[in-house]
Structures are given as structure tokens and as C-alpha cells.
Design a protein around this ligand. Structure first.
Ligand code: UD2
Ligand code: MN
Length: 286
């Protein structure tokens, strides 16, 4: 319950609140990939990041409290590159944050919706996060003005990905990086648990938002630029042939297929220097 939530960030009453616009943010970012960057290298470059991938600005009280939730399965290189870019990016924004990698430990097919649901549940036990960034492991923000806070409506942050020539592939497209306040998440009953394999769950989430009479907000396209690291389809994440059928039922099922009947067991929660790793085993809930 709420009384169990332990606040990781004691209100630093002695500190002034951070300015509305951080003095450290610049403009467009050159994204470059150092070869074989190790976690030790990244930790050394980010001495202010605390165990578990936790950060808060040392000299002012943060205005934003954001959990970054990364569904993750066997993409070590991508995770390292993302951490390499994301940690300094978040520090420049003076955000209080923790990076969580949510990891599936079984031989089932990949299930992004379920991983994100678990990420939400477990993260909210740790802190009273006000904003949740659900973040593909292979997307790197390309502009400092893409501020990782939330807005009045759920937000689609990755509106301009280089792989799609910096345009939305279709109008209601909601894949990649999305930001929700906890109240948004609860209103839509969380994310679907029943999309196994690649595809459809992002469209289902967008439908849930529209069915609940919310809109999807976007950063200006020049700020919402991302680089997608190259990859093929992963072995455990084959395109899900049932996705179109499932999508046709979202309006009937969103109330029932949700975070409350989410079956999983948390196998481990490990605080590594740059991120908190959540490993879980899934039950099958259809
Ligand atoms: C698109 C969406 C993504 C999701 C997916 C369909 C974009 C930018 N992204 O991604 O949000 O809706 O379609 O399911 O359009 N992952 C692993 N290991 C795996 C498989 C997946 O870590 O073996 C994670 C990882 O965070 C990855 C994400 O799941 O970025 C989405 O999978 P993808 O990148 O293979 O699929 P993609 O790029 O078509
Ligand atoms: Mn991808």
C-alpha cells in the first residue's frame, strides 16, 4: 500500500528548488558509439549516479521525479550504449530518477506489455514516482530539449526516429518511448498482458488511452528525435500473428486484461551501479 512507499528522495528543505529550465541542457546531440564501452567506464564517467542507477541533482531540489523502465532481454550492447547516453542526458536535465531494466527469465516468448506492467508495479513500491518513461532499449534521444518529465496527457516521446526518416510511420503510432503519469496508467488499467511476441501491444496501449478519453501529447518533432540502434528481429520475439485479432478486441478487454491479474514472480532485484535490474518469471495469463 501507499504507506509502504519509502521515499528515496528526502525533501531537501535546505536546498532551493531547481530552475524550471536547467542551465545544463544544450540543443541537438551528436550520438556516437564508443566501441565496447564497459559498465565500469560508464560508472567512472558518471560519479554522481548512485547504486541502482539512481540520481538526484546535488545542489537543488528536483522538479521532476521520473522512473525509466526499460524492457530488456539479451540486448547487452544496446543497454550499455543507452546507459552511456542516458545518464549524462538525465543529469543535465536535473531530474530525480532511477533507471530500471525489467528482464524476463524464462523460455517463453517475449512479452513487452507484461514487462512494462511489472516495471510499473515494482518501481512504485520503491518511490512515489510522478512520471514513468517506458523506454525501448535501442532508442537514444538526440536532443537535450526532450525533457523527461510528464504532461497532462500520456506522451509519445519518440515521435521522430531516424529509422522512419524522423516521421511517424502512421498517425496513431505509439511505439518506442512513452511517458505516463501513474494516474494515466491506472486509468487505462495498465498495459495488456496478452501480446506474446512482436507487435500490437503499442497500438493496444494507444487504444486504451483513446477509449479513456485522453489524448496523446507529443514533444515538438525537432526535440523528439531518436536514433534507433540497428537490430533484426530477436529469436524469442517473432511477429505475433494474433495481434490483429487481439487489437480488434481491445475495446472489450481493456477493463479485464490489466495490471491486477498480472501473473509473475520476481526472481531478483539487483542494484547495479548504473541501473536496477528486475528479473521475473512469468505465468501465462491470457
Ligand atoms: C517496435 C516499437 C516497440 C514495440 C515493438 C513491438 C518502435 C520504435 N518501437 O519496436 O516499442 O512496440 O515494435 O512489440 O517502433 N526487446 C529486448 N529483447 C528482445 C526483444 C525485445 O530487449 O529479444 C525489447 C527492447 O527494449 C526493444 C523492445 O523490446 O527495443 C522492442 O523490440 P524491437 O526493438 O525488437 O522491436 P521494434 O524496433 O520493431
Ligand atoms: Mn527496436
Amino acid at each position: 500500500g501507499l504507506d509502504q512507499i519509502q521515499l528515496l528522495s528526502p525533501t531537501k528543505e535546505d536546498l532551493p528548488t531547481c530552475p524550471k529550465t536547467s542551465p545544463f541542457i544544450g540543443g541537438p546531440l551528436k550520438v556516437s558509439f564508443p566501441l565496447d564501452v564497459t559498465l565500469d567506464d560508464i560508472a567512472q564517467k558518471n560519479p554522481l549516479v548512485q547504486l541502482g542507477g539512481h540520481y538526484q541533482p546535488p545542489n537543488c531540489g528536483a522538479l521532476h521525479h521520473t522512473a525509466i523502465i526499460i524492457p530488456y532481454w539479451a540486448r547487452r550492447k544496446h543497454l550499455h550504449q543507452l546507459l552511456y547516453h542516458l545518464h549524462p542526458f538525465l543529469q543535465r536535465q536535473q531530474i530525480h530518477c532511477t533507471i530500471y531494466a525489467v528482464h524476463q527469465m524464462d523460455n517463453y516468448t517475449f512479452n513487452r506489455g507484461k514487462l512494462l506492467n511489472v516495471g510499473f508495479k515494482e518501481d512504485m513500491k520503491e518511490n512515489n514516482w510522478q512520471c514513468l518513461y517506458f523506454h525501448d532499449v535501442d532508442l537514444i534521444p538526440k536532443d537535450d530539449c526532450n525533457i523527461y518529465d510528464c504532461s497532462a496527457f500520456p506522451m509519445h516521446a519518440s515521435v521522430a526516429i531516424d529509422k522512419f526518416q524522423y516521421e511517424l510511420p502512421y498517425e496513431t503510432y505509439f511505439g518506442g518511448v512513452m511517458a505516463l503519469q501513474p494516474t494515466h496508467y491506472l486509468k487505462i488499467n495498465g498495459f495488456p498482458n496478452n501480446y506474446w511476441g512482436w507487435g500490437g501491444e503499442d497500438d493496444d496501449i494507444a487504444s486504451r488511452i483513446f477509449l479513456n478519453k485522453m489524448l496523446i501529447s507529443q514533444p515538438p518533432a525537432v526535440f523528439g528525435r531518436y536514433h534507433m540502434m540497428k537490430h533484426g528481429h530477436d529469436r524469442g520475439n517473432k511477429a505475433n500473428p494474433k495481434r490483429f485479432h487481439l487489437l480488434s478486441k481491445t475495446h472489450l478487454r481493456w477493463r479485464y486484461n490489466r495490471m491486477n491479474n498480472l501473473l509473475y514472480s520476481l526472481l531478483s532485484k539487483e542494484q547495479t551501479p548504473l541501473y536496477t535490474n528486475l528479473t521475473m518469471h512469468f505465468g501465462i495469463d491470457y
